[in-house]
Write a protein that binds this ligand. Sequence first.
Ligand code: NAP
Length: 270
Amino acid sequence: MFANYRTVFLPIFVSHIIKNKKMNLSGNTILITGGTSGIGLAFAEEFLKAGSKVIITGRRVDRLEAIKSRLSQIVTKVSDVADAAQRIELAEWISKNHPDTNILVNNAGVQLITDFNRGIDLERIGSEIETNLTAPIHLTSLFVPHLKGKKDAAIINVTSGLAFVPIAMMAVYCATKAAMHSLTLSLRYQLKETGIAVYEIIPPSVDTELGHDRRDDKSQSHGGIPIAEFIEGAMAALKNDEYEAAIGMSTGLRAKREEVFEQLNSRFAG
Ligand SMILES: NC(=O)c1ccc[n+]([C@@H]2O[C@H](COP(=O)([O-])OP(=O)(O)OC[C@H]3O[C@@H](n4cnc5c(N)ncnc54)[C@H](OP(=O)(O)O)[C@@H]3O)[C@@H](O)[C@H]2O)c1
């Protein structure tokens, strides 16, 4: 009887305690992978404004330098998440230079086209999976020991509404995001006694540089919502401790996945 009570009610009680603990947006030290543009940069600016210290990474040195000259308080680090040795070096560098880091944001990502009718380029697919899935898994494993015991520790994974309803022409991208959604559930479960809160931010289509490399006109929008609208929703969700926060249209993608699949893909049919 007592065992049953513990099994059934204790998890509910624990999740209730965690739910009532609101994320403090100030006073953190936050590492954001892929902060040179789009969602990562928007998170960086918002957390800085809220009074947190922010460290961003990326491959583009010129971008990092330009951001640093505009936002002098930001810390920048050149780092390629698709390279395992650089991930290890990043974790060591953080431990040594910014030991107060209490939040990891797994944000860096790329979005490629995969067409099984034409054949795939295994190297490109490999780098997409490495960037979007292997890197956050590896970085998380490197940072969990560091985050344990830190006040207000958290891991924030940026997935996608496409984790729930794929756009078929971005098959591998969507599969990496579905995997990251699943992974986030397991991670949250595994870390529930550690004091490390695990969040998933599920963006809808947001107008960023994502997919720019396959567009001739780089100024062309992919039709997503403005970044300002997205980040307002995402920061409100974090502040309200929504552990799985679907923003905008992603809410519908998650709720009505089968129904939306045909509808969405007919829009993208080549
Ligand atoms: N925009 C959308 O519609 C949308 C929707 C759902 C989810 N998301 C997700 O949101 C996240 C951010 O994307 P975004 O929309 O902001 O696109 P973005 O503007 O293209 O930004 C992507 C960021 O990732 C970084 N990055 C890519 N590969 C990297 C690597 N190997 N090492 C380090 N950094 C790397 C880029 O920096 P460098 O190029 O300087 O390395 C850049 O800062 C991604 O995970 C994406 O899947 C976006």
